[in-house]
Design a protein around this ligand. Structure first.
Ligand SMILES: [Zn+2]
Length: 379
């Protein structure tokens, strides 16, 4: 049947029914409710996040007739039926009249009209929309896991190609407090991989631009920008305020500073890096167990500078730091949720050229100058 014909038929039937059912506007309905009429909201459960008239009874349309016939003996009772726009209530009221209820009224314009008329309504706590519901449904997360996420504080050092996607996903997941450190300004050649920034940010502070974008994504969390270059002095006072560190820097010297501070302050250090088509990620947490290595257990000697050129010298495929940032964010959530299959004591190596993901066990160096003196402490 053509849609236009169907619409015409629908309008015709609605018109016919409206002649048989009494409609009242929301003001009249509210007055009648105060005088003892029963106001029944027949919308689906999923619609109630918008709110429902105060002191109304919720019975979804699919259960309306059976429920009323079971609980109401008096066919003279005054019933006010409300839906979202006043159409479903018209049909529902019509059927109730056919069943013998003598005083049934449909509220014209439905809840939309009720709300616009500034009549009282409430949003039940259980019906309030929850932006995290899709991840709360995951058994490993649940409501308790989400609360842990919301209470967590993560420090991201370096807001470049790895830090940007990590911050985006952590903000979206609801990490309650995210610190972001970088002293650079946005440059045109950053835009192919540092996805928090756009052309209008060029020349502006990375951390302030990032804060702006992240707050647009999630206004319920706190973003703390630090427009500094991290060093062995300023890191100590900053790191104290966080549960863990996400090292998204691009040089050995800074990674070493972060490694030392994380050992000293007993913070997990999720460290990722990129080189050509290869990415690496691990979580260093030598305070976690006697076997857990630190960054310097893995790299006791740093290669000379000419063997470790930066992205600006050798180029980088924008997608690779994007992937590493997403993996780092995943690892952060797993540490928060205490999911044991994390990367403590393991190194994940991605080779995008071969499309190969490999995980290697990495050992603690018993003679490591940086973490070997740490005794196993309670995690
Ligand atoms: Zn070590």
């Amino acid at each position: 049947m053509p849609v236009t014909n169907y619409n015409k038929m629908h309008d015709k039937i609605t018109y016919k029914i409206s002649k048989k059912v009494s409609e009242v506007d929301p003001f009249k309905a509210y007055k009648m409710q105060q005088e003892g009429s029963l106001l029944i909201d027949i919308r689906e459960q999923s619609e109630l996040y918008l709110g429902k008239p105060l002191n109304s009874t919720h019975i979804p349309k699919s259960q309306l007739e059976i429920t009323l016939l079971n609980v109401i003996n008096d066919l003279d009772v005054s019933l006010l039926i409300i839906c979202s726009s006043g159409k479903r209530s018209l049909f529902a009221a019509y059927i109730l009249k056919e069943l013998g209820f003598k005083n049934v009224f449909s509220v014209s314009g439905g809840f939309e009209n009720w709300k616009n008329s500034e009549l009282p309504y409430s949003i039940p706590e259980k019906d309030k929309p929850n932006r995290y519901i899709r991840q709360i449904l995951i058994p490993e997360i649940g409501k308790i896991g989400q609360q842990k996420i919301n209470k967590s504080k993560i420090l991201i050092i370096g807001m470049g190609g790895i830090g940007c996607p990590a911050a985006l996903y952590l903000a979206a997941a609801g990490i309650g407090h995210i610190g972001i450190i970088d002293n650079d300004l946005v440059d045109l050649n950053n835009l192919h991989r540092q996805i928090l920034y756009s052309e209008k940010d060029i020349g502006k502070s990375k951390v302030l631009s990032a804060k702006d974008k992240l707050e647009q994504l999630n206004s319920e969390i706190t973003i703390m920008p630090y427009e500094v270059r991290i060093n062995s002095e300023n890191i100590n006072s900053i790191i104290l305020n966080y549960d863990m560190v996400l090292d998204a820097t691009d040089n050995f010297e800074t990674r070493n500073v972060i490694n030392n501070a994380c050992i000293r302050h007993k913070k997990p250090n999720i460290q990722s890096s990129v080189f050509l088509f290869e990415g690496q990620i691990s979580t260093f947490h030598p305070n976690f167990s006697t076997n857990a290595p630190c960054y310097r257990c893995l790299y006791s000697e740093f290669p000379p500078a000419f063997l470790s050129p930066s992205c600006s010298e050798i180029g980088v495929l924008g997608i690779l730091p994007g992937l590493m940032g997403v993996l780092a964010a995943t690892e952060a959530l797993k540490i928060i949720l205490d999911i044991k299959t994390n990367l403590i004591g393991k190194l994940l190596v991605l080779d995008l050229l071969e499309m190969d993901f490999s995980v290697y066990n990495i050992q603690k160096n018993k003679n490591c100058n940086y973490c070997s003196s740490i005794k196993n402490t309670d995690h």
